[in-house]
Design a protein around this ligand. Sequence first.
Ligand code: G3P
Ligand code: MG
Length: 232
Amino acid sequence: MLIFAHRGASAEAPENTLEAFKLAFDQGAHGIEFDTYQHPEGILVFHDRYLERTTNGNGKLLDASLASLRALDAGNNNRIPMLSEVLAITPLSAWCNIEVKYLQNAQAWVKTVKADLSKNDISLDRVIVSSFNHQWLRQIKHYWPEVSLGALTASYALDITSDAKQLSALNIHVALDVVTKTFIEEAKKAGYQVLVYTVDNIDDMTTLARWGADGIFTNKPRVALEALTSLR
Ligand code: G3P
Ligand code: MG
């Protein structure tokens, strides 16, 4: 089961910062998950629409200039990172889940992400693009047919593979609150990998491993890696 550090090792370092991602890789996480906004001046790694919870700024991220955003403290004196900075510290063997929280222009987004990946020699085989907004995923896939998609869902839909099928997605990324053994079995039978978010409790980690989940997103990659080692 793959361990993705959710917003980095975010239980131990400020979420979605270079510090949290570096810590995740140091701890041996197989990959990282992070949230992105397509700001008019570049792709930023950030979770919320508003700045208050995780920085010393306030107001909407998209209303602020890149210069003012980059002057903020995102915790422990970290800046809000650009996508290119995160990719620059990502080991070539690590998985990288880019979650899209805001997309303005799919064509421009694809161009920027492709350039950032190639600048850092990151193989597309190690990249998954996900979003709760499946319309955006469809737009991205249109401009980038070879990219692997993860269809995010917080619900146990009547037809769990319908959107993934329409998107030609590789993965279904499902909330811990709704996932069941049957969900995982059905999705896997239909050919999809199932990754579950956000899993910080050891009991849940071991149950999901037993159910055959392909991966989890956790704020505690160190704990997850230890729990899985003790399962073997
Ligand atoms: O990608 C999994 C998970 O991060 C989705 O929810 O709100 O934590 O971005 P959220
Ligand atoms: Mg996320």
